[in-house]
Design a protein. Structure first.
Length: 561
């Protein structure tokens, strides 16, 4: 049998001088041919794989280019695919062809033949091809919750209660296999959420089961949960990582976890609450290294962007951003601060928590344990001579009072408030106990916002709207060219990928001020604002539907009141 160097020569991968060099080095170093060929730099991985296939009389393949059928891929469990470094690529009658970069480990393929009940045929591929194919065809399922649970047996459950005492606070996914099963399971739940692009992780215990859901692009999606028998250990492990009391199960607790996943530093804000069947856990994922967006990238219409840009350049007064939790308020305010962040301005923020670090901005974090609240932080900030102040959230009258006074004394105050729309922000402040004339004179404008999912660009198709949809769109003539996503691998077969903002910008005017002073309700303020040209959330959403950015169902979902 010819050695690999001679086969490479026959295939004209190397010349005669290179062959002589390799033969001489092999005699001197007694190294294996594969290592010798690669280390020499004379051949690349693909050429070596072709030489090995010729030597063994096996076919050579490029599994990355073959795109095997999903049903064929399902024949081999992701766990075994990784263990045996094998990719199923073809099924003919009772013969399954597997691509591998380790074709000489014949005992492995005997085991697989027995396991799968198929005759196994081997095709040779390079190491890079197999590694990338495993990622492409099996993705995060290579280390999924289901895969971890396969290693845990019912007889072992009792011992896992003690495992949660291990004080490992930083997740290192590459070393999961060597960790205790409960630690590995929790790590997998968190890293799986990060890889899926989730913003929140929800663990909810019920009578006979546990539900695990990830919030992806604003919508909860269910995934494989841990069994109910393991849940107390899982909950205790998460509480320990978050610095909570693992023996206390009767009262709510809050904590934080700092982790590093795929070279990214992340903060997890953890909330635990007792329920009828155990402790419910929600973890908000905050990526401290996230790329901050500019105002132009958030989804503003040209008119709203122009008006909002004018508002944030006012020398003093208050600008409010409203909407429910998870509607992108913080992202919008940070984008505004980036626009305003110049050497001639001093910016100070008070937040809970500090979600992103802004270069050149002084950021403070609320700490209720030492009575450092939003109101206390605001009083401190004013004494530090700022030009611009950001208040993470106005939650009570005390904070509202200090924010209003700051706006009256020459500061530009940006803040968030929980209301359903822009006009309701004025009545909400008045309900908190702020005098009408103070609200009317200090609030320069209110921006209400929501996030809708964007149609996946990889599977976007035209569709014809129904008569009801045309009526809702407010279009009388025949309309064509609306888009919807049909689902593909890129969007996990959901049809949506990513989010974009819907905005409703109310700029305070003499007419609005008069209505505020008269204690008019939010409905009357809305009517006046629309008459003056305010684009409502629904109207902004419909414009994005017409533009093929999102769907009508998404706009209805987030704006239906």
């Amino acid at each position: 049998m010819k050695n690999l160097a001679e086969i490479c020569y026959d295939k004209e991968f190397i010349d005669h001088n290179q062959l002589e060099t390799l033969l001489e080095r092999h005699n001197q170093e007694a190294a294996d041919w594969e290592s010798l060929l690669l280390n020499s730099g004379f051949v690349d991985e693909e050429q070596l794989a072709q030489a090995i296939s010729a030597q063994l009389g096996l076919p050579y393949c490029l599994p990355l280019d073959l795109n095997p059928d999903a049903e064929i891929l399902k024949l081999l469990n992701p766990k075994y695919a990784q263990r045996y470094r094998a990719i199923p690529i073809k099924l003919e009658e009772n013969r399954l062809t597997l691509a591998t970069d380790e074709p000489l480990k014949l005992e492995w393929f005997d085991q697989l033949s027995e396991l799968l009940n198929y005759r196994i045929k081997i095709a040779v591929a390079s190491t890079t091809q197999i590694t990338e194919a495993l990622k492409k065809y099996y993705g995060s399922s290579l280390e999924s919750v289901a895969a971890v649970l396969e290693d845990i047996h019912e007889t072992d459950l009792n011992q896992y209660e003690s495992m949660v005492e291990s004080d490992v606070r930083t997740i290192a996914p590459e070393s999961m296999v060597n960790e205790a099963p409960i630690i590995r399971l929790v790590n997998t739940i968190i890293s799986g959420a990060v890889k899926a692009g989730a913003s929140d992780i929800h663990l909810e215990p019920f009578e006979g089961e546990v539900r695990l859901r990830y919030r992806i692009d604003g919508v909860l999606q269910e995934t494989h949960p841990p069994p109910k028998t393991l849940y107390p250990a899982v909950a205790s492990r998460i509480k320990l990582m978050a610095g909570m009391d693992i023996t206390e199960r009767r009262v709510p607790q809050d904590g934080r976890i700092k982790v590093r996943i795929d070279q990214r530093d992340l903060d997890l804000r953890v909330a635990v609450a007792p329920t009828l069947y155990g402790e419910e856990i929600v973890m908000r994922i905050l990526n401290r290294e996230n790329i901050l967006l500019g105002l132009e990238e958030l989804g503003f219409s040209a008119e709203n962007l122009r008006e909002f840009s004018k508002l944030i350049t006012k020398p003093h007064g208050m600008i409010l951003v409203t909407g429910p939790t998870g509607s992108g308020k913080t992202t919008t305010l940070y984008a505004a601060l980036q626009r305003l962040n110049e050497p001639g301005r001093k910016i100070i923020t008070i937040e809970d928590p500090v979600e992103y670090q802004l270069k050149g901005v002084n950021q403070m974090q609320v700490n209720p344990k030492v009575n450092f609240t939003f109101a206390q932080g605001l009083r401190t900030i004013v004494r530090h001579d700022p030009d611009i102040i950001l208040v993470g959230e106005i939650r009570d009258r005390e904070t509202a009072d200090v924010a209003i006074q700051s706006a009256l004394t020459g500061h530009l105050v940006l803040a968030t408030l929980h209301t359903n729309d822009a006009p309701s922000a004025f009545t909400r402040l008045i309900d908190m106990g702020i005098e009408e004339f103070l609200v009317a004179s200090t609030v320069r404008g209110v921006l209400a916002q929501r996030l809708v999912r964007q149609i996946c660009p990889h599977c976007s198709q035209n569709y014809q709207p129904t008569p009801i949809e045309v009526e809702l769109l407010g279009i009388n003539e025949e309309i064509n060219g609306l888009k919807q996503g049909v689902g593909c691998e890129k969007c996990n077969f959901i049809g949506y990928r990513g989010q974009i903002g819907l905005f409703e910008l109310l700029v305070n005017t003499d007419e609005i001020e008069r209505l505020i002073m008269e204690k008019a309700n939010a409905g009357k303020i809305r009517e006046a604002a629309v008459a003056q040209g305010m684009i409502t959330l629904r109207k902004d959403g419909l414009a994005k539907v017409r533009a093929g950015i999102t769907t009508l169902s998404e706009v209805i979902r987030v704006t239906n009141q």
